[in-house]
Design a protein around this ligand. Structure first.
Ligand SMILES: C[S@@+](CC[C@H](N)C(=O)[O-])C[C@H]1O[C@@H](n2cnc3c(N)ncnc32)[C@H](O)[C@@H]1O
Length: 342
């Protein structure tokens, strides 16, 4: 298997061995060879578990791969299939476990390890670092705001580190104190994570449409936030959700709803099981009709990922497309701006 060596030139040669570079079905295999200069404009992208190929397709040419971590050169991008982005990653040569922990502590307080191999050594480094709380969030508690860096051991004497990561959670893994009694499905965790990530929730009294609502996890979340919910699904809602105040049931197909029917919505949520292209058509029709609601939609893939449709979702002005820790072979598309940038 080819190996990639990085040579760091600023303080004498330092070498960090990247693990295997081979990419399954990668469109552009990483070039062989080594650098005598550590490039300045690097970024590293941590793929969600099991979604490495999707990230590889989005990133295109990569310099190296270390487990789920893909290193690229050039401006930092925002791919959808990513759990955490490591901005400005750099190498640190270390002589021992204590030296590694000391080097990290001198850079900043909070660190999350991403171990690929050398698991025991990584754990010993982590034990010498200040404690980072792994306490699960109590929704709607906000996400932590303190900087959380990431590090991985490329070999026993080389750390790859980033002090500037996109996720405030270790390796992008968000954990919540779960409610095992009230929601009728675990899908509510996707909505909790989306709203936590957005740092906003619908206002009490907001009118929300929940498309593909059954059995009612999202409706339960929205009703709990004080919203009025129209739950759209031909399948029934669990009785404990259907009987909640301010929940109306519309046993229809989401695709038969007119823009007029949705014109009074403040938020439109969709977790409908359907092909991404069908959902995109619905969204485009509603936007073209002047629906001003905020959108949160799960884009679900079956078999091969439909990257072209994902790109078209991401290209909708004012919107974002991302992968949640609680998403499987799905992405979440959100558009918080109404028509005209409101
Ligand atoms: C993953 S489930 C939704 C789970 C829900 N968000 C929750 O929190 O419990 C997907 C739902 O989409 C519904 N569905 C499929 N096609 C639909 C359509 N055309 N219109 C409305 N709902 C549809 C299914 O009946 C199913 O209940």
């Amino acid at each position: 298997m080819p190996r990639k060596d990085f040579h760091h030139s600023s303080e004498g040669p330092r070498t960090g061995h990247f693990g295997e570079v081979a990419l399954p079905a990668a469109p552009s295999p990483a070039p062989a060879g080594c650098w005598h200069e550590w490039p300045a404009d690097l970024a590293a992208y941590l793929a969600p578990e099991g979604r490495e190929e999707d990230l590889a397709v989005e990133l295109g040419p990569i310099l190296a791969r270390h487990g789920r971590l893909f290193v690229t050169q050039g401006p930092v991008r925002e791919p959808a299939w990513v759990a955490n982005i490591w901005r400005s990653p750099h190498l640190v040569s270390v002589s021992s476990i204590s030296d590694a922990a000391g080097a990290l502590r001198r850079l900043q307080r909070n660190w999350a390890p991403y171990p690929v191999h050398l698991h025991r050594r990584t754990e010993l480094v982590r034990e010498k670092l200040p404690h980072v709380s792994a306490r699960p969030l109590r929704f709607p508690e906000p996400a932590p705001t303190s900087a959380l860096g990431s590090f991985t051991l490329l070999d026993a004497s080389t750390l790859l580190v980033s002090q500037d990561c996109s996720s405030p959670f270790p390796n992008g893994e968000v954990a919540f104190v779960e409610d095992h009694e009230n929601p009728p499905s675990r899908a509510y965790l996707k909505l909790w994570e989306t709203l936590t990530r957005l740092g906003t929730t619908p206002e009490p009294g907001a009118h929300c449409f929940d498309l593909g609502a059954s059995p009612g996890g999202w409706t339960w979340v929205l009703q709990g936030l004080g919203c009025t919910v129209t739950a759209v699904d031909k399948a029934p809602l669990a009785t404990q959700v259907a009987s909640l105040p301010n929940v109306d049931i519309l046993p229809e197909s989401a695709f038969s709803l007119s823009a007029e029917a949705l014109s009074g919505a403040d938020w439109i949520f969709s977790d409908v099981i359907c092909y991404p292209a069908r959902l995109l058509k619905l969204v485009e029709r509603l936007l073209a009709s002047g629906v001003t609601a905020k959108f949160v939609c799960t884009v679900k893939f079956q078999g091969e990922t439909d990257h072209e449709t994902a790109r078209r979702f991401a290209a909708i002005p004012g919107s974002r497309l991302f992968h949640l820790h609680h998403n499987k072979h799905e992405l979440t598309w959100v558009r918080l701006l109404g028509v005209g940038g409101r």
